[in-house]
Design a binder for this molecule. Structure first.
Ligand SMILES: CC(C)(COP(=O)(O)OP(=O)(O)OC[C@H]1O[C@@H](n2cnc3c(N)ncnc32)[C@H](O)[C@@H]1OP(=O)(O)O)[C@@H](O)C(=O)NCCC(=O)NCCS
Length: 193
């Protein structure tokens, strides 16, 4: 891959050992630290920090003022809203080095995290889950779940197009936009069509 296959604003800093996919854009004052892997067609907004060895999939959209710490993985099509916050140490103390204790957080395919939300580390975010603005996530989030509040609680389900899923008494829902179909069983949602 040549340097020309992605765009980085002249104020962005990209450290050694990074692999950046075709069509990715990195905007003003953002810093990609050593040995990161960014997929294709990602958009990294302004004032974003991607810490060493982080992996982002394809088409990951990162809004302004987000830090993606070591231990975080974002799969394809993840959306990180403006100023949302990851964490990677559960009990930080300034005087105690916990650099070997970074907890991992996987944000699975298609999940969206709203503006100013905080993800307490170790709590993976399920496929296509939706975290409302300002939520504080303290537990593992199921696929397609919609959570809001502090501490975040599930208030429903959302489909892949980001619409609420209204399940009928047979546990079936249809997305009003895409007409995709979903089944709810045993408190789990899967897409059936
Ligand atoms: C979570 C969200 C998707 C819910 O949207 P919705 O399905 O239209 O929900 P409603 O507006 O009908 O709200 C349903 C209830 O949840 C509450 N609610 C909605 N969003 C909330 C939030 N972020 N935090 C806390 N409560 C919230 C509402 O007050 C309402 O409560 P009520 O039933 O007691 O009146 C939306 O509010 C949200 O936070 N979107 C994220 C926006 C964002 O950060 N975008 C970033 C890109 S700029």
């Amino acid at each position: 891959m040549s340097d020309k296959d992605f765009f980085a604003h002249e104020t962005a800093v990209i450290d050694d050992g990074c692999a950046i996919g075709n069509g990715t854009k990195i905007w003003h004052f953002s810093h990609i630290m050593p040995d990161c892997t960014l997929g294709e067609k990602c958009n990294i907004g302004q004032n974003v920090v991607v810490s060493p060895r982080v992996t982002l999939g394809n088409n990951v959209k990162v809004q302004n003022n987000v830090s993606i710490y070591t231990g975080v993985v974002c799969e394809d099509d993840v959306f990180l809203g403006p100023s949302m916050v990851f964490t990677n140490v559960i009990n930080p103390r300034s005087a105690i080095n916990r650099r070997n204790e970074y907890a991992s957080t996987v944000v699975k395919q298609g999940a969206s995290i709203g503006a100013n939300a905080t993800i307490v580390c170790g709590n993976d975010i399920g496929k296509y889950a939706f975290i409302g603005a300002g939520a504080v996530v303290t537990k593992i989030v199921p696929d397609y779940a919609l959570l809001v509040g502090n501490p975040a609680k599930q208030i429903g389900w959302v489909g892949e197009y980001g619409h609420r899923l209204e399940f009928n008494d047979r546990g079936k829902a249809v997305c009003p936009e895409s007409k995709q179909e979903y089944q709810l069983a045993d408190n789990k949602v899967i897409r059936t069509k």
